[in-house]
Design a protein around this ligand. Sequence first.
Ligand code: SF4
Length: 213
Amino acid sequence: MNIPQIAYQSYRELKTDPRVVKLVRYLIINLRKIKSSVGRARFIHEEVDKTLEKLFARNPFLKDTISCKKSCTYCCHTQVSVTADEAELLSQKIKNGEVQVDRSKLYLQAKAKNDYKYWMDIPYEQRKCIFLSEKGECSVYKDRPSVCRTNYSLSAAEKCDTSNGGQSKRLLRTELADVIIASAFSESSDNGALPYMVDSNLKGDVLLFSTKK
Ligand code: SF4
């Protein structure tokens, strides 16, 4: 799994726009300056949020056209991509006990690795994100991946239901936020599906621990 498809498409369309060239340069310089994974992940999240805030401020009517509502969890059953930095940030929250996750579900989901077809063959309930609470809330909301931050549906919410496979839907175009995501993924040492990346990160920690012993 490389750069998420929508992010890559926006980047390809806009890469010669001087505004975008300047933005990408700014992002890369800063990403290379920040030494910690958590710092880099949060830097990108802040940049994505700022860009989205500006988009909504310029188009106040947009919020009324979006069908996403609190407790709608369809998109939290899809295969979400993360950078290595985002996987590290999420794994740290598990390691330090800030969030509890179902490790057997994580293991089951991680077996899909980055294979979308395998993922879609997992029963719908088992595809529910490990960070989605029983109440249908994201337990890592402030630190949720960039891809989750830019997912806004303009179609009826039911179109996002993947329990019977994918459906055609219209998503809000978030081009500049997409360019930020594309830059973060292209600068990342690794990237992939959230469960696979987080599981690998947690296992790596166990391996390191047992080697030391
Ligand atoms: S990280 Fe949060 S917003 Fe993203 S898929 Fe999981 S529960 Fe949903």
